[in-house]
Design a protein around this ligand. Structure first.
Ligand SMILES: [Zn+2]
Length: 210
């Protein structure tokens, strides 16, 4: 199954992506992580991305899609993949349709005030990409990644002063994607619950994976 996870920042997409990854035995792919890896490894696309960022510009959609195209050519995606954090605009959704065929788009819906409550506890591992939450999904040892032992960090994006701005951007730029996929019969909506395990049940139910 080629799946997109959609939802506002803090909706719990990363956590559900991990569940679905195990359940479906397909990789969860974050374009942010792809970009960081490409820049670290100094690949051709990574070097190009670095130039844009150094000039204070956004990395163009076409470059991100080319990175994705490379990633999707790897054999672990033969049975499908989960995209987390991409596409974020209708233009990106259209570009994505030129390199692969998406089966389902899951929109994880959470109210803005709930998002604000959740984000302050979010922690991420910059080494392996695992995500945690001080309340909902604490690591076994405070601020240490269960998977790889790296020290966890708080993303700049999760800091409270940037959250409201991100929500505004989500509602104005990313949410219209739902209509794009709804029109193509690919949109599935799950409502985020207070307990992560309840959200997971809802996600699996909506996707017909119970
Ligand atoms: Zn880790």
């Amino acid at each position: 199954m080629n799946l997109i996870l959609l939802g506002p920042p803090g909706a719990g997409k990363g956590t559900q992506a991990e569940v679905l990854q195990k359940r479906l035995n397909i990789p969860s792919i974050s374009t942010g992580m792809l970009l960081r890896n490409a820049m670290e490894q100094g690949t051709q696309l990574g070097k190009e991305a670095k130039e844009y960022i150094a000039k204070g510009n956004l990395v163009p959609d076409v470059l991100v899609v080319n990175l994705l195209r490379e990633r999707l050519s790897q054999s672990d995606t033969n049975n499908g993949f989960i995209l987390d954090g991409f596409p974020r605009t209708c233009a990106q959704a259209e570009l994505l349709d030129t390199i692969c065929s998406i089966d389902k788009v899951l929109s994880l819906e959470v109210k803005d005030e709930e998002i604000l409550k959740r984000l302050s506890g979010r922690r991420v591992c910059n080494r392996c990409g695992a995500s945690y939450h001080t309340i909902y999904k604490p690591p076994k040892q405070d601020m240490v990644c269960d998977n790889c032992g790296a020290v966890l960090s708080i993303r700049e994006d999760d800091k409270e002063e940037t959250v409201l701005n991100r929500l505004t951007v989500y509602h104005s730029q990313t949410e219209p994607i739902k209509e794009y996929y709804r029109l193509r019969g690919k949109l599935y909506i799950a409502y985020g619950q207070e307990e992560v395990s309840d959200t997971t049940k809802e996600v699996l139910r909506v996707l017909g994976l119970e």
